[in-house]
Design a protein around this ligand. Structure first.
Ligand SMILES: [Zn+2]
Length: 130
């Protein structure tokens, strides 16, 4: 779905974007239009409050219940820590100044984990829970 979203956002033919076909701007086919319409429909059906499909999160059907899960964004945690520290010192940001977080290695010269490393770790955790 994210590929169709990016294609539509870039005004590219969805099929050409997905299949890496040359000239992605040319000649939208019937299927490109259908993919764009389907994406638009799915996007409209995702709840802007919770991100779940509206047919699940807005139903009163008794078969549906919800579980709350949490995750930790360590980058945001660091930013919150910094913000609290700044506020305790009563220091405000200057006009136009803002704080942001970027990942850096804990030890200089060490390579940061890759996307593959992240998903490998999730798979390992998932397998060990089964
Ligand atoms: Zn919702």
């Amino acid at each position: 779905m994210s590929q169709i979203k990016s294609a539509v956002g870039l005004r590219l033919r969805p099929s050409a974007h997905i299949l890496l076909i040359k000239n992605p701007h040319s000649n939208w086919s019937k299927w490109d239009h259908l993919l764009a319409v389907a994406f638009s429909q799915l996007d409209a059906e995702m709840c802007d409050k919770c991100g779940n499909p509206i047919w699940l999160c807005r139903t009163t059907d008794g078969r549906v219940r919800f579980e709350v899960e949490t995750y930790v964004c360590y980058a945001d945690k660091e930013l919150q820590k910094r913000r609290k520290k700044r506020e305790s010192r009563k220091r405000e940001l200057k006009d136009g100044e803002y704080e942001f977080v970027r990942a850096v290695p804990d030890v200089e010269g060490v390579v940061l984990p890759s996307r593959d490393d992240y998903y490998d770790l999730l798979a390992l955790k998932s397998n060990s829970e089964e």
